[in-house]
Design a protein around this ligand. Structure first.
Ligand code: PLP
Length: 495
């Protein structure tokens, strides 16, 4: 399978090369030149299989330059070996009226693990396959979830090192502890004096500094990124859409070929885009419902065809969805138009003016597949309480946004197709907001008291990775100014 850039120029690569490159030379994102199709038989045969087995079959459709053995090895290292606290990896909890696909049973208790456990394996294998001899240094700027998930995924991976920058005081206490206690021989974590934008623009400047990259190159080091524009982070996410469908078949809830809906709590548009690829491959999906929080730039886009990032930025109780530029939308625009010049034009307009408009024809085409709504913080919290009262099931703040939007969709459209809600974080990870939603007073409680309190409501136990923080040793104490970040990269690359 060949991969091309959404912006038209740049080389045509195979998947190993696309995964090493991350982003295309022309600034575009790699997309498969053609989306592979599967039969209903292929889907029915996923019944009764383990998640690993399902993953192998789906990944083979896209990673055609990887051997069966290579894919099997990658998948086993990512999802086997007890790294996930559910043998099902991505279990589906089925209620009478709705099902919940729980994507947070991995080591960091958020859905980023689904992709960031596999990406390092795909990258390590790609380096071997392509004969690349350089050391790869992964740089990450994080506002919380991605940094920890990337550290866990890349720790102790051959030929690859990882350095994570986070804004001092800009992440939650639990996220900070998760990162500072990270073990592994090839990892480093550094606080940056400033906010997330400082950390992020610092990393971007380092990637863009040709001089500095040349020096690194002479030392046999190549920089790369683990963020969600890498094809190797997107492709693992296609698997769980198939897995949810197979679980519904297993449970006798649907017949082969019957269409279902998914509602996805959305930020950078990676998760829901994976659902789009699954649908294009032949998974019987009726609608993909995009759920936003108060940063509802995607809801507006999907309704009007106008993308406009010039608006107020809100800090919400669902921080992992606080995003105004959803990078992966670029891939959808390519598949909707097959017109790289058009996509290039829109992305230039977005960079220059903060806005672009796709026009009626394309908007209508997108609306045949997608629907969108949003929920504010008050509604999100009410929904946590309501679902708990009705089902004794505790949602995190991101999943709650999706739950609310799924209800709005069903009410407004009267669509009766079975609904799967994508659940992206363990409630333990956003414990304070969740407890407040359940009317618990949280003043004066530290993170561990909050975890204990929440376990009185939640039937699932405090996840291992969070419990471990009570006694874990801090490994990383470094802090720097934005202008010292490059120096930190230089000295870590020599270690
Ligand atoms: C990253 C994240 C999201 C958003 O996913 P995208 O792929 O960026 O749309 C939603 N919920 C949680 C908990 C996340 O960590």
């Amino acid at each position: 399978m060949k991969y091309i850039s959404t912006r038209g120029s740049g080389k045509i690569l195979n998947s190993a090369q696309a995964i090493i490159s991350g982003i295309a030379e022309d600034g575009g994102l790699f997309v498969p030149a053609e989306i592979p199709k599967v039969s209903l038989d292929f889907i029915s045969q996923l019944k009764g299989l383990s998640y690993e087995e399902r993953a192998k079959r789906v990944l083979q459709c896209f990673l055609t330059d990887y051997t069966r053995e290579e894919i099997e090895d990658c998948v086993t290292r990512a999802y086997g070996n007890g790294k996930f606290d559910s043998v099902k990896v991505a279990p589906l909890t089925i209620f009478d009226d709705v099902s919940v696909l729980e994507l947070w049973h991995g080591p960091t208790s958020a859905f980023k693990d689904m992709a960031l456990q596999l990406l390092p394996q795909l990258m390590r294998t790609a380096l071997k396959k392509t004969g690349e001899k350089s050391q790869v240094l992964i740089l990450v700027a994080t506002s919380g979830d991605t940094g920890k998930a990337a550290l866990e995924g890349f720790k102790d991976t051959e030929q690859i090192k990882i350095l994570v920058f986070y804004p001092e005081g800009g992440v939650s206490q639990i996220q900070r502890l998760q990162m500072l206690t990270q073990q592994g021989s090839n990892v480093s974590v550094m606080a940056v004096r400033g906010n997330f934008d400082d950390a992020q623009s610092g990393v971007k400047e380092i990637f863009g500094n040709k001089e500095f990259n040349k020096v690194l190159c002479q030392e046999n080091v190549k920089l790369s990124s683990a963020n969600s524009i890498n094809w190797g982070r997107l492709v693992p996410q296609i698997v769980y859409y198939f897995s949810a469908y197979a679980d519904l078949l297993d449970a006798g809830r649907i017949q082969p070929g019957e269409k279902i809906n998914f509602t996805v709590p959305t930020g950078n548009f990676g998760d829901i885009l994976a659902g789009f690829y699954a649908k294009c491959m032949g998974l019987p999906v009726h609608k993909l419902i995009c759920a936003s929080n108060a940063n509802n730039v995607l809801t507006d886009f999907l309704r009007t065809g106008i993308y406009d990032r010039k608006r107020e930025f809100y800090k919400t109780v669902s921080p992992s969805m606080d995003i105004l530029i959803s990078s992966n939308l670029e891939r959808l625009l390519y598949h909707m138009t097959q017109d790289t010049a058009m996509v290039d034009g829109w992305m230039r307009a977005l960079g220059k003016t903060g806005r672009y408009e796709v026009g009626d024809a394309i908007r209508t085409k997108i609306q045949e597949i997608f629907w969108s709504d949003w929920a504010n913080d008050a509604t999100t919290k009410q929904e946590i309480k309501k679902v708990y009262m009705e089902k004794k099931y505790v949602l995190d703040t991101h999943t709650s946004v999706a739950w609310k939007v799924a209800e709005s969709y069903q009410k407004q459209t009267c669509d009766q197709h079975p609904m799967v809600i994508i659940s992206t974080a363990s409630p333990y990870k956003f414990n304070e907001s969740v407890l407040q939603a359940l009317d618990v007073k949280t003043e004066g409680m530290d993170v561990f008291a909050l975890l204990d309190k929440l376990s009185e409501y939640n039937t699932s136990k405090v996840p291992r990775g969070l419990d471990f923080l009570r006694t874990a040793k801090v490994q990383h104490t470094g802090i720097c100014d934005k202008k010292q970040m490059q120096q930190e990269v230089a000295s870590f690359s020599k270690k």
